[in-house]
Design a protein around this ligand. Sequence first.
Ligand SMILES: *Cc1c(COP(=O)(O)O)cnc(C)c1O
Length: 363
Amino acid sequence: MKIRYDLKPAAQRRTAPLKPEGPLSFGQLRTDHMFLMDHVDGSWRDPRIVPYGPFSLDPGAVVLHYSQEIFEGAKAFKHADGEIHAFRIDKNAERLNRSAPGLCMPTVLVADQVEAILALLDVDRLWFPEQDGASLYIRPFMIGTQDSLGVKPSNKYLFCVFLSPSGPYYPKGFTEPIKLLISRRFHRAAPGGTGALKTGGNYAASLRAGEAAHDLGASQVLFLDTTDTWIEEAGAMNHYHVTRDGKLVIPTFTDTILRSVTSESVLALGKAALGVETVQERIPLAGFLEGLKSGAITEAGGFGTAAVVSPVGAYVFEDKTEVLVGGGAIGPHTRRVYEVISGIQRGTRPAPAGWLFKAPRVV
Ligand SMILES: *Cc1c(COP(=O)(O)O)cnc(C)c1O
């Protein structure tokens, strides 16, 4: 892919490393540039890096009415060598290409997605925050841009990648574990639907459930399948639990659960690296609750790029009753998984081959 560079004039670009005063919150900042590419007449055109800013869109653009949109989320880290390394962005690119056909959208070659991200990281490398535990969050996405009110796939698409300098998710380390609402009222995904695709529509449809969770002091919903029998996932992270006999269990990926790159990394690392066997099983809610009460389940939490691991201390139900996990404390396996994955990402532990992508110095 031949990327065209239409950069900001040097005087308007960041010229010294970003040194934030306090801890940066997630997603707050943008960098100087973004990557864009158009899909017209069946092929991707004009891959380019341009100044970050608003783009114009027809009010009738398909994405604005019928939500033809897919996105990804990944992170890059600065290692002791001073270079920027992106974590498993080929996995994100592959997932975007699984989401795309589900919304009748074109795919983008994995190599081109990786190249676009690395080129953008190179151009805006001075935006990496000089702050402990910081990262550059990477947001690729694609939208249907045709001005058309007929309900059919767009004939034009825009693919974009932008970056967001972010501070540590846990500036003070793990403090309070989170609470999840187990809801029988709200469902995130139905069989045959879009639950396994990373599309904005899933998020729009889960906002109200999220508000209901907040009203009960929970940070997210732990969604069940539509029969209220099986544990699926939280709105923006997969779920896991650890058993007393030393197994870390993630619900089996179905067409109503998104395949988290963090979960896949935990599964791939397994016992050798994590000290606990990592498996996937279908998890019946009844058995899960029994395990919490009997002490057979000792730890639980969520896996996702933003936090890596979100330890869960309790579950709350719509009738306001609560069940604790492991007495409400954060357990040793949860800490170990967090340390190992963060260490690999930050270059303080050896990474399995092919997990890190170094941004080449081109610009
Ligand atoms: C993005 C996402 C996750 C987390 O996936 P990661 O690749 O680990 O960031 C989990 N569930 C849903 C619904 C998601 O959209």
